[in-house]
Each structure stands twice: as structure tokens, then as C-alpha cells.
Design a protein around this ligand. Structure first.
Ligand code: ATP
Length: 260
């Protein structure tokens, strides 16, 4: 087996908010085709790390590379176009659009036919529209949302909205799909279904970064887990390794290691 392609490399990244160091010399990578979990107690820096990776924040120092190229300094839209897509902790859908239209917004990212072509409905535009429609319907099907295609996003039940957000992110054809607490507000049965769904997403060839509070879900679905505490990476390993790691156990029990 050759070396796996590193989709993402976070290299010695520090991010300060005024006097607070939210990320402290964090390095990590994500291999192609893997499901990487990021966990840590409240305030550990998970969301901040996510925001650095998706271009919302620029690190104070250090670098983020995506497929070997620096991401630092790129605008968010450019980052999406490069191939990083995300969902949000608090769902952000276009409520007044249908489920299908929400997914179509995702597929639009890569269309080359521009506004002029759209206005004059050139053959190329029509072809791209038809292909986009087909791809979006297939994604809705995959998510179990096909029967909801024409419903307004805001009218969908909560769980369907969460899945629709994932579908929209997948529609951009990302090389890295970042899910920010996708199981928030789910009951155990919905969580089990989501675990199965995330596995199937990976089986379709996606690489997944997952922030999630539910330990069982994270342990059950990821290939590898990175643990943050007070902005520092304290562990990086398989779920089994993480479960038995004394530093991780201490972090979750709230034991102050420096106090001993
Ligand atoms: N925009 C900001 N300005 C100032 N401080 C911030 C900002 N965003 C986050 N922080 C601080 O940075 C630290 C890390 O926060 P972050 O939200 O990344 O943690 P988290 O691990 O995602 O926590 P949670 O599990 O509660 O979502 C916290 O102390 C937080 O208060």
C-alpha cells in the first residue's frame, strides 16, 4: 500500500483572540477517505479549529494546507470551490426554497456557464441545469429525502433539515466534508441512523471531519480521533486508543493535570 493522500494538513496553528489562545500550536492531518472525529470538553477549541479549516478565521501563526496547497488567506467561497464543504451547528438552510432547490444551490458552485449564459438559456446552461437537477435528486434519494423534494425547507421536520444540510454540502462535490455536531438534538434512534448515514457517505468516497459531542457516536463511526483541551491537541489515535488514553480520561473528568 502506498502513502495515503493527505487531504488536509494543519501545521502548527495558533489562534489568539486578544489574550485568549483558542488554538495552541495544533498540528493534525486528515487522510483521504477517512472519517476523523474531533472531540474535547466545552471551550476546547473544536469550533475554532473548524473555522480555521473552513476559512472563517485566519490563524495567528501556522498554516493550513489542502491537497498540498496553502488555504491561508483564501476567501470562504474560494475554499468551497477548492473542495471543502461544511454544515453548521445551528442549521442554515434557505427556508423559503424547496429541499431540491437547497441542494441545487450546492451543485451550482462548479457550474461554468455564467450569468449571461443563464439569461439567454444557452444549450450549455440547459445541459448543466438538467445534470444538476439529476445529481440533486440522486442526493436527496441517498438521504432518504426524495419524497420531500418539493417541500419548503422550513416545513421539513428537524431531522430532515439536518440531513438536507448534509446533502447540500455534498452537492458541492467536496474532497472534505466537515460536519459540525450533526447529531445535535437527535434521539438515540436518529443518532444510530446518522452513524449509518455517515458511513455510507464515506463509502461514496467522501472524506469526513466530524465534530460531535456524543461520545458513542464518535467512537462508533470514526477511524481516528483528535482530542483538544484548552486549545492544545492532547491525543490523536483510533477510537480504542482514545478511550484508554489517561490524558483524555482526565480531560473529560475535569482533572487538572498540572495540579498534581
Ligand atoms: N470569536 C471569538 N472571540 C473570542 N473568544 C472566542 C471566540 N470564539 C471562541 N472563543 C473562545 O475560544 C475558546 C475555544 O472556543 P471554541 O468555541 O472553539 O470551543 P469548542 O471546543 O468548540 O467548545 P464547545 O464544545 O462549547 O462548542 C473558548 O474559550 C471560547 O470562549
Amino acid at each position: 500500500m502506498g502513502e495515503r493522500t493527505k487531504v488536509l494538513e494543519v501545521d502548527d496553528v495558533t489562534l489568539r483572540f486578544g489574550g485568549l489562545t483558542a488554538l495552541d500550536s495544533v498540528s493534525l492531518h486528515i487522510d483521504e477517505g477517512e472519517i476523523l472525529g474531533m472531540i474535547g470538553p466545552n471551550g476546547a477549541g473544536k469550533t475554532t479549529a473548524f473555522n480555521v479549516i473552513t476559512g472563517v478565521y485566519r490563524p495567528t501563526s501556522g498554516q493550513v494546507r489542502f491537497l498540498g496547497d496553502p488555504l491561508t488567506g483564501l476567501k470562504r467561497h474560494a475554499i468551497t470551490k477548492r473542495g471543502i464543504a461544511r454544515t453548521f451547528q445551528n442549521i442554515r438552510l434557505f427556508g423559503a426554497m424547496t429541499a431540491l432547490e437547497n441542494v441545487l444551490v450546492g451543485t451550482d458552485v462548479h457550474h461554468s456557464a455564467g450569468v449571461v449564459s443563464a439569461l439567454f438559456r444557452t444549450p450549455r446552461h440547459r445541459r448543466e441545469e438538467a445534470e444538476g437537477h439529476e445529481a440533486a435528486m440522486e442526493l436527496l434519494e441517498f438521504m432518504g429525502l426524495a419524497s420531500r423534494a418539493d417541500e419548503l425547507a422550513s416545513n421539513l421536520p428537524y431531522g430532515d433539515q439536518r440531513r438536507l444540510e448534509i446533502a447540500r454540502a455534498m452537492a458541492t462535490g467536496p474532497r472534505l466534508l466537515c460536519l459540525d455536531e450533526p447529531a445535535a438534538g437527535f434521539n438515540p434512534q436518529e443518532k444510530a441512523q446518522l452513524m449509518d448515514l455517515i458511513r455510507r457517505v464515506r463509502d461514496r468516497g467522501f472524506t469526513v471531519l466530524l465534530i460531535e459531542h456524543d461520545m458513542r457516536l464518535v467512537m462508533g463511526v470514526t477511524d481516528r480521533i483528535v482530542v483538544l483541551e484548552f486549545g492544545k491537541k492532547i491525543a490523536d489515535g483510533t477510537p480504542a486508543e482514545i478511550r484508554d488514553d489517561p490524558a483524555v480520561i482526565a480531560a473529560y473528568l475535569g482533572v487538572d493535570e498540572d495540579a498534581s
